[in-house]
Design a protein around this ligand. Sequence first.
Ligand SMILES: [Zn+2]
Length: 411
Amino acid sequence: MTTNIRINSDRLWDSLMELAKIGATEKGGVRRLALTDLDKQARDLFVRWCKDAGCTIGVDKMGNIFARRPGKDDSLAPVMTGSHIDTQPSGGKFDGNYGVMAGLEVIRTLNDFGYETNRPIEVIVWTNEEGSRFAPAMIASGVYAGAFDLEYGLSRKDVDGKTIGEELQRIGYAGERECGGREVAAFFEAHIEQGPILEAENKTIGVVEGVQGIRWYEITVTGQDAHAGPTPMPRRKDALVGVSHMVLAVNRIGMANQPYACATVGMMQVSPNSRNVIPGTVFFTVDFRHPDADTLQRMGAELNAECEKVCRERKLELDFKEIWYSPPVKFNGDCVAAVQKATEELGFSNRRIVSGAGHDSVYMSRVTPTSMIFVPCKDGISHNEIEDAKQDELAAGCDVLLRAMIERANA
Ligand SMILES: [Zn+2]
């Protein structure tokens, strides 16, 4: 019955390119941080497109946007899809944006064919998925799923001290609706892989079985600021030299837990950051990932021990905080099967895959049957302005999404 329904590849591509103009960078990427004026513009465009497609719009207290296409029986729990439209400071056109535009394209396609699903269909824009402006990442889907309370979500601050709550008010997306608490039949998220596996193996679709666990640390090392000239080497308490050993330890721990572990120091603040002053304080972050919860836990314990040792030897003070833990996730068997079946019916090459990146689906999977659909991205590169994906592969992922959603919406 659904055999002849296909999404419109050009329309999906054109929508992605139109959205990418908002915050476009010279190198072909997008800089559209959460809850900025540019984010508001992109949200407004999404809302306008959804209204044009006949959807009703709801916004919840975390600013998550829900565009709804009614079902034949509108009292049934909806089948949902969605992702995010905030980006990294030097982000790409496809991360997150693809999942949202794919959801919109599903609705436009159902409209084209006059196809009514039993259950309603909803497309979601999740607030602040990236965690770049406001940590932690995936905060608003986290509140939706009950992983964080609303107060915590609204009070997260950016580096200038502005909160999510204030910024939602400012751009007009502080909604009335409670976060979560509704029954949802299934959630699907289409996304670029953000890794090299599908491209390397020449597969069009990644049927995502789950997501790696993540642990985030914030570490501050304190020594003593001192003049770079008169202070003899043996007397120094150089925080940056100590931290350099810790950065190498992070990398060593990652390499010791291959093939799955990832270990990254991505942010560092050196104080006072002056060329002729010995650094007295260094703040840095660590991002550890592994699909096995025990291994991930061990990696963190090992790093903690290593940092303590460095500080003991160098007479430095250590403040070691774990600020976030996202356990490894296994997606729902029925939803994974729906994606697999749709992929096979459409004849796309595929493989099972575990996501290396966190996604809103991680939190959604706690409250509703969930799975994801991956498509390849060029050289596996994401969180970069040169992030790229092929129109036909993006369309393939969207066709899989359409089919999987129709199946679940009629079940
Ligand atoms: Zn994303």
